[in-house]
Design a protein around this ligand. Structure first.
Ligand SMILES: [Zn+2]
Length: 201
């Protein structure tokens, strides 16, 4: 069992167009993808998110359809959208853009063809949220994230916000004990100075 860390924006791997997966050569990537998905949970995950630019995605149909008979981990190798029908807006989140969700306009029905692990072709229609999920994961294979689906203005606002959040997280985590005590002593010195000034008055 190999759990891989899920990459977050702005990691470069997430921005690349992935190559086709070779079932024989890249079998370990499919294993890592399934293993990681068991840990992360959620509706779907793609190979680029765990660091591999190959065309493989996994979706949790049982969660999406709220129905036991659907597969919990449906692995789709080299998926291709054959047909798209009707449009709807779906609220989507992404492990690679944690803490955000956006309403994204997509087709509410897609016909998809892919290979299973045995190398056999499978073909099926996906509806509603399953359709959105498959399109979201295939977007990852083309280097597209949900923030890329937003208007230019909205995207730049969100990117600013993400950068700010990341910076404050780094600041919080990055302050070593030594630095913290240094800051404290500076503060104390400043306060002492203030007090001295006050006393003078
Ligand atoms: Zn995603």
């Amino acid at each position: 069992m190999v759990y891989r860390h899920v990459l977050e924006w702005p990691n470069e791997t997430l921005k690349k167009v992935s190559r086709d997966l070779d079932i024989e050569k890249d079998i370990n990537i499919t294993k890592d993808l399934l293993d990681t998905f068991k840990v992360t949970g959620g509706f779907g995950l793609s190979a680029p998110q765990i660091g591999f630019n190959v065309r493989a995605i996994v979706i949790n149909e049982s969660a999406l359809n709220d129905c036991e008979s659907f597969q919990k981990e449906l692995l789709m190798i080299n998926p291709v959208i054959l047909k798209k029908e009707e449009n709807a807006s779906f609220e989507e989140a992404c492990f690679s853009v944690p803490g955000y969700s956006f309403d994204i306009e997509r087709s509410s029905k897609v016909k998809v063809e892919w290979l299973n692990l045995a190398g056999e072709k499978e073909r099926r229609w996906f509806n509603n949220y399953s359709s959105a999920c498959v399109q979201h994961e295939i977007d990852h294979l083309n280097g597209i994230l949900i923030i890329d689906k937003l208007s230019q203005l909205r995207k730049s606002m969100i990117i600013k916000k993400i950068k700010k959040d990341k910076l404050s997280k780094i600041k919080q985590l990055g302050l070593s004990k030594e630095e913290k005590s240094k800051r404290k002593s500076i503060k104390t010195r400043k306060n002492n100075r203030k007090n001295r000034k006050k006393n003078k008055k």
